[in-house]
Design a protein around this ligand. Structure first.
Ligand SMILES: NC(=O)c1ccc[n+]([C@@H]2O[C@H](COP(=O)([O-])OP(=O)(O)OC[C@H]3O[C@@H](n4cnc5c(N)ncnc54)[C@H](OP(=O)(O)O)[C@@H]3O)[C@@H](O)[C@H]2O)c1
Length: 252
C-alpha cells in the first residue's frame, strides 16, 4: 500500500493494465481524455464514455494511432440519460468484454460561481444530477459487471472543495461532498465482501476547460497539465493498489 506521496510519484510498469477493461466517464474531457489514453498505453481496453461523440472519436483515433488496444465508444449524456440508456451501456459492456475491471468517474459540471442566495436553482439541479446522481446510477448499474472482475477498482473524482466548503462554489462543492459520501458508503459495503475497491482522487488545479471557466483571469501556463495528475489515477486502476479502499488521494 502506497502513501499519498508515493502514489503521486507512481510510475506504472509497462503493460500494467493489460487486458483490464476500464470505463472512463468524461473521456473527451481535459483529464478524462489523457487518462483514457494513458490507460490504453498501459494495455487497458478502454470504454470511452461521454456526451460528445466527436471528442470521444478523437481520443479513439489517438489510442489506435498510438498502437493501443482498440477502445469502445459509449455515448451517454449524464444529464438526459434514463434507465434504458444505462442498461443499454451495461449490456454493451457485458456483450463486448464480459466484465468491468475499472470505473473512473471524470465527468462533471462546474455550474456557476455564485453565492447561495443568488444561485440559479436549475443550474444547482443540473450540477447535482450530473456530478452525484448520474455517478450513483452508473456505478449501481455497472456493479454486477465489476463483481465479475478479479480485481475491480472504482475511482470517483473529487475536489479541493469536497471537505471544506468555500464561498461561491455552490452546487459544485455540495456535489463533491456528496460524492465523497457515496464513495465512503460503497467502500464500506464492498470492503472484505468483494474484490471491488473504491477511492476518491482530488486532481488539484489542472489545466482544463473547467479550470479556465472557474478562474478566467488565470494564466493557464501557471496551472499543471493533466499528465501531471494521472499517476494516482493509474495507481488506483491497476494491480499496485489491490486492497486499497475507502481512501481519498490528492493527486498533487
Ligand atoms: N481541472 C481542475 O482543476 C479540477 C480540479 C479538481 C477536480 N476536478 C475534477 O476533475 C474531473 C475532470 O474535470 P476536467 O478538469 O477534466 O473538466 P472538463 O475538461 O470540463 O471535463 C469534464 C468532462 O465532463 C463531461 N460532462 C459534463 N457534463 C456531462 C454530461 N451531461 N454527460 C456526460 N459528460 C458530461 C464533459 O463533456 P463535454 O466535453 O462534452 O463538455 C467533459 O468531458 C471533474 O470531476 C472535475 O470536477 C478538476
Amino acid at each position: 500500500m502506497l502513501t499519498d506521496a508515493e502514489a503521486r510519484a507512481y510510475q506504472p510498469p509497462q503493460g500494467t493494465l493489460a487486458d483490464r477493461v476500464i470505463l472512463v466517464t468524461g473521456a473527451g474531457g481535459g483529464i478524462g481524455g489523457p487518462l483514457a489514453l494513458a490507460c490504453a498505453s498501459l494495455g487497458a481496453r478502454v470504454v470511452l464514455c461521454g456526451r460528445n461523440v466527436r471528442k470521444l472519436e478523437a481520443i479513439y483515433d489517438a489510442i489506435v494511432a498510438a498502437g493501443g488496444p482498440r477502445p469502445s465508444i459509449a455515448p451517454l449524456d449524464l444529464e438526459r440519460a434514463d434507465a434504458t440508456h444505462y442498461t443499454a451501456l451495461a449490456d454493451a459492456v457485458r456483450q463486448e468484454f464480459g466484465r468491468l475491471d475499472g470505473l473512473a468517474h471524470l465527468a462533471a459540471l462546474l455550474g456557476e460561481r455564485a453565492p447561495i442566495e443568488h444561485y440559479d436553482v436549475v443550474t444547482w439541479l443540473r450540477v447535482m444530477h450530473v456530478n452525484v446522481n448520474a455517478a450513483f446510477i452508473l456505478t449501481k448499474t455497472l456493479l454486477p459487471l465489476l463483481r465479475l472482475s478479479d480485481d475491480a477498482s472504482v475511482v470517483f473524482t473529487t475536489s479541493g472543495v469536497s471537505t471544506r466548503g468555500r464561498a461561491y462554489w455552490g452546487a459544485y462543492a455540495a456535489s463533491k461532498f456528496a460524492l465523497e459520501g457515496l464513495a465512503q458508503v460503497l467502500a464500506d459495503e464492498t470492503d472484505n465482501l468483494t474484490k471491488i475497491r473504491v477511492n476518491t482522487v482530488n486532481p488539484g488545479k489542472t489545466r482544463t476547460a473547467m479550470r479556465a471557466k472557474a478562474f478566467p483571469g488565470e494564466d493557464p501556463e501557471s496551472v499543471p497539465k493533466p499528465a501531471e495528475v494521472l499517476p494516482v489515477f493509474l495507481y488506483l486502476l491497476g494491480p499496485a493498489s489491490t486492497g486499497v479502499t475507502g481512501r481519498r488521494f490528492d493527486a498533487q
